[in-house]
Design a protein around this ligand. Structure first.
Ligand code: IVH
Length: 750
């Protein structure tokens, strides 16, 4: 007989299923034991999760075989944070925001433009529930697991807690074999008030608002506590499904209602933006009487086939948007302005406020952006707040919109103290005393201290260990600050993290014997660090904290270059071209400034030509530079910033020290089974069956790289009517060229 371990869940017979459930219960229990008691984990988190998933899937197929001590019911068994982790089969994304009517009209316009559709489009409009999102996976009609959104890719396993929510059916009949139902967990106003009353009576902590109460209740390690808290759930979306729910958003919501979920009764079908705005007004009117918090209205393209064509940006869908209600406002006193120094040296002013409640949350800090903002000037030099500046002692109006950091909206000049002076923005770094300069065209003043500035170094480290970068468990912002100051085990730069274990072993006083640390936590930390020696290339690039190199750009770079060596080599080769680019930019800038002065102008034009000539660049440098800025998503600003970072000897040495400890892993070519995966494609000329944006997004979804320029690296040119120089260059280089129909045939209507 075949080893049951190797058989697909669908193919197991009853005896095999029973044997598998026994084996998995033992293995999972041993893994927990090793993790907690022995501090010597024997299997990876991924293997652990896979075993738990297999166990749950078998239980879903053979519910009567579920053991009384089923691992599915072990809450918070695995990771140290208390909850197991669940990797979402389909990422849980957030929504872009619209704040006024014009944003909504623009949303509709951009959707239709992307689709190349002139006529009106139908949308659904429904309240945006102010709670926390939850996904529940059903297989064969039974709950397999439920998870919070987490970082969108990986959430927390809150299955046992979700099961205590009445609005979530335990079993579904007539549902697709696999169905992930998504929606919002929330608490009603009445239940929130009663809960806070009970909490206060018991001397326990009360919650600031229903949202916090819902989050605190769902994320309880003890499901009995969750069960005692009246949580509710509205279903409004789905993740993986083995068969489509319906053809439209509206019909899919109705299907979820038929399956037994609660769906929001204010969900309506609206033809075009005017109808959406009318529905928004209706929901806003009803807001106070709903009995639960909402913070806006969500609009979604109704046709699911069109949703599919529109797809996603990095974190938000193109087919939906949240139209937020206006932010709440409150007046309070500005007590002080502190200057914080960020990872790129930016000096950020922060308002310290007399605490005030804004929309149920106590606010005592607000961002003041930059010195122009304080002075009453916008980014383009125009007046903001009617040109009123902000002074310490002022009476200011603050607002918050959703999770956004509070901001200062207005100043009441009638209440300004007589002795209040305009705020003098510091010209030296408050942390290291280095000069702080503002570059031409930059709203931000920056500390020039670089790596000698402790604030920059600590912020860089915090960024390095952050979630989207190295995400080292047990090494958060607080620990980084402490290690930075530590005499015995200092961590001054990222590479120091990877020598911690060895340095600790060499020390007389071990980390495990320090206050706040023990054998387990120190062991866990070293293990978590070791787990990150192998690291995705894009995480490494993002983690370096280079200005302008955000998560998306890091991904683009990783995909484009494929390895750390290829990227560093290309940046080194391109350096002379980067310098020439900057020199030409500076010369052009000077020329613009001198435009009024004819005599100087001639001299400057000469200077510019000279600058360019002096920077005559080797051909290979020009090519490497063109290849870099031709990479989709990489503009000259980021390219220069990258080039500067890699050409700076101290920064480069720190990177080399770091990478010596690491094995960067190349990004997996997405959709490797597609005929264009890994190919570099250029679109040129007019496309008739889809817009350029759609063509690009679809090509990328199939694993292709889309570039704006033809070079020796181009694999395929898709040329529509009117193709010009790119087609000529492709022909010269002998690059395969096809038309739009050829492209559609190649990707097989995918
Ligand atoms: S749709 C792919 N519909 O808002 C996007 N989200 O800002 C799926 N939310 O994370 C989300 N009410 O937690 C959608 N009716 C609604 C919603 C809603 C609340 C939350 C959700 C999401 C967040 C995005």
């Amino acid at each position: 007989m075949a080893d049951p371990e190797t058989i697909d869940v669908e193919a197991l017979d009853e005896a095999q299923a029973r044997a598998e459930l026994d084996r998995l219960a033992d293995a999972l229990s041993a893994a927990n034991q090793a993790y907690h008691a022995a501090d010597a984990p024997e299997i990876s988190d991924a293997d652990y999760d896979a075993m738990k998933r297999r166990n749950a899937a078998i239980e879903a197929r053979f519910p009567h075989l579920k053991r009384s001590d089923s691992p599915t019911d072990m809450v918070g068994a695995a990771p140290s944070e208390g909850f197991g982790k669940i990797t979402h089969a389909v990422r849980m994304l957030s929504l872009g925001n619209a704040f006024d009517d014009a944003d909504v009209t623009e949303f509709d316009r951009s959707v239709r433009k992307y689709l190349g559709q002139d006529g009106p489009l139908a949308y659904t409009g429904e309240p945006k529930i102010d709670g926390l999102s939850l996904t529940i996976r059903y297989e064969g009609g039974a709950i397999v697991h439920a998870a919070t959104r987490g970082d969108g890719a990986v959430g927390e396993n809150v299955t046992a807690n979700a099961r205590t929510i009445d609005d979530i059916p335990e079993r579904l009949t007539g549902a697709p074999e696999v169905l992930e139902v998504r929606g919002e967990v929330y608490m009603s106003h009445a239940d929130f008030a009663a809960l806070n009353e009970r909490q206060a009576e018991a001397g326990a902590k009360t919650f600031a608002n229903p949202r916090n109460a819902a989050a605190g209740s769902l994320r309880q390690l003890d499901p009995a506590i969750t069960a005692a808290r009246p949580l509710r759930f509205f279903a409004y979306a789905w993740g993986e499904t083995s068969a489509p729910l319906a053809e439209t958003q509206m019909a899919a919501i109705e299907r979820l209602a038929d399956l037994g979920f609660r769906t929001n009764p204010l969900t309506r079908l609206c033809e075009g933006p005017e109808a959406l705005l009318a529905h928004y007004a209706e929901i806003e009117q009803a807001r106070a009487t709903l009995g639960y918090d909402i913070d806006g209205v969500v609009y979604k393209v109704n046709d699911l086939a069109l949703q599919g064509r529109l797809g996603f940006r990095s974190t938000t869908p193109r087919w939906a948007i949240a139209h937020k209600f206006p932010a709440e406002l409150a007046w309070t006193r500005l007590e002080a302005i502190d200057i914080q120094v960020g990872r790129t040296g930016a000096l950020s002013p922060v308002a310290r406020l007399a605490p005030v409640t804004v929309g149920g949350v106590v606010v005592s800090n607000a961002t003041l952006h930059n010195e122009d903002y304080i002075a009453g000037r916008g980014a383009d030099g125009s007046e903001i707040r009617g040109g009123k500046d902000i002074r310490i002692g002022d009476w200011v109006q603050v607002y918050r919109a959703g999770d956004v950091i509070p901001k200062v909206a207005d100043v009441d000049l009638s209440k300004r103290p007589k002795d209040a002076a305009p705020f003098a923005f510091p010209e030296t770094c408050p942390e290291c005393g280095s000069e702080a300069v503002r570059e031409e065209g930059d709203a931000v003043r920056r500390c020039t201290g670089g790596l000698i500035c402790p604030a920059q170094a600590v912020e860089k480290l915090k960024h390095f260990v952050s979630r989207a970068a190295f995400d080292i468990e047990g090494l958060g912002a607080k620990q980084v600050e402490a290690f930075y100051e530590d005499d015995q085990l200092p961590v001054k730069e990222p590479s120091d993290i990877f020598t911690l274990r060895q340095r600790d072993a060499d020390n007389l006083t071990k980390l495990a014997n320090r206050d706040g640390w023990g054998e387990t936590s120190a062991g866990n930390l070293f293990r978590a660090i070791d787990e990150r020696r192998e690291i995705a290339l894009e995480r490494l690039i993002f983690g370096l904290g280079i200005r302008h190199a955000g998560e998306v750009a890091a991904k683009d770079l990783a995909r484009h270059y494929g390895s750390w060596e290829a990227m560093t080599q290309a940046l080194d080769t391109a350096r002379p071209a980067a310098e020439a680019h900057r020199a030409a930019d500076l010369a052009a800038e000077a020329e613009r400034e001198a435009a009024a002065d004819e005599g100087r102008r001639a001299r400057l034009a000469e200077a510019r030509a000279k600058a360019m000539a002096e920077h005559a660049v080797p051909e290979e440098a020009g090519e490497a530079w063109a290849d870099l800025i031709g990479t989709d998503g990489i503009g000259p600003t980021l390219a220069l910033s990258l080039s500067d970072a890699f050409a700076n000897p101290e920064e480069r040495a720190a990177m080399d020290r770091l990478v010596a400890h690491l094995t960067p892993v190349a990004p997996e070519a997405q959709a490797t089974n597609s005929p264009v995966a890994g190919k570099t494609v250029v679109f040129t000329g007019t496309l008739e069956k889809m817009t350029r944006a759609e063509a690009k997004a679809r090509a990328e979804a199939l694993g292709a790289k889309v570039s704006g320029s033809v070079s020796a690296k181009t694999d395929l040119l898709v040329a529509g009517p009117g193709a010009g120089s790119k087609a000529t260059k492709a022909a010269e280089l002998g690059i395969e060229t096809i038309d739009e129909d050829g492209w559609l045939e190649l990707i097989g209507g995918r």
